[in-house]
Ligand binder design. Sequence first.
Ligand code: SAH
Length: 468
Amino acid sequence: MLLTITNTQAPASDLGYLLHKNPARVQSFELSFGKAHVFYPEANDERCTVALLLDIDAVGLARNHQKPGGEGGMLAQYVNDRPYVASSFMSVAIAQIFRSAMAGRSPSHEQLADTALPLTARLSALPCRGGEMFLRHLFEPLGYIVNVAPHPLDEQFPDWGSSRYYTVELAANCRLRDLLTHLYVLMPVLDDEKHYYVSQDEVEKLLGKGEGWLAAHPEREAITQRYLRHKPYLTQAALARLSEDDAPDPDLEDELHDKEEEQAEEGISLNQQRLGSVLAALKGSGAHRVLDLGCGEGRLLHLLLDDKSFSEIVGVDVSYHVLEKAKQRLRLDHLPARQQERIKLLQGSLTYRDDRLKGYDAAAIVEVIEHLDPPRLTAFARVVFEFAHPATVVMTTPNAEYNVKWESLPAGRFRHRDHRFEWTRTEFQTWAQDAAARFGYAVRYLPIGPDDEAVGAPTQMAVFTLLS
Ligand code: SAH
């Protein structure tokens, strides 16, 4: 798999300064999927071409990626086109080896880094699902002159027609950083297959790298969909953020919803009572190393940090946005080093096994389960009780029976628009009892807030303890 980039503006070999790679040397880099070599087939005043050659270790990759089955089974992992085509491997290689160039950093040649240059990129075997038209639709709106030569499926049998591989030349007057970024995002889009797991991080990556061009690109939906590998949840999140101008800001909506919930529970400062009860349960368990799963903006984390009995505190949330807020609220970047060492924020979903959560004394899960889709609760229970497996789990959720006490809450409505359900005391206890029995825990229940004789308290808490 080979990428070359040619600069024809004299002195052309200044390209070496922008790439932070000396034209006189051949350099090799170890990557997680094989080796990459950078060299300059030509470097003079008029023309300078850099080549990035990937030497992918297909066998090593298959060994590190034991996932039998899938399309084509085990054999397909060893015998496939991955080593030969410019796919997301090339993207990853660009991001690692030309990182500074892609960020536009060139202390010695800053002005040149900001200048549009006559650049031509050439890719020798670019797979393109969607054909030549799609390829043109991706690059031409960005100002590239696109030259395409399809590879025949088999040179011996021209009747078989073209394969989905192309030799592609992209020429434009643009900054090097833009060329690298466009290749970085669009190569895996063309290939429509990524070799690594696509997570929420990829949304951030796409939006970061797409800044300044993706939002206005006519194919932005196809690019987003393919880049995020057709995951509707991630795609929607990214598209919503790309069209922030014409759609309601989802983060703002979240904040409004939070306010609504606070108002519904107003008057009893339920939130404080809840956090106080959770903190007491955690302290009572003797835990030192604790998880706050679904930590949100970090209200509980704040209390935990203030309490010396907790030596290691980990907040986990699926939302990057709320974690950023937690970081600000807790002023994590400004804490003294000793304090900083005690606390960590992790992005992750509680419905997927996560080995980072193993080995803690206790986990708090405050007002989170009602945000999960009911069919995911089984997976959630395994993640918490079977895989993370702390000795104590403190869980709270609204008590639906209490809702009749709130005048402002119309009958049949939940306290928060994002709640997928709200349980009665019997419903919560039935679920908790079942989970406790399945994973070897004992469980007790405590009311939080004013305990009404008929409908109980507004919040219900379950404390699970591991049976030895
Ligand atoms: N515990 C916090 C926040 C409760 S709001 C508090 O009491 O203030 C619910 C939180 O759960 C939100 O921050 C939401 O992002 C998070 N959440 C929802 N689904 C999640 C999932 N699958 N994995 C991890 N966190 C999740």
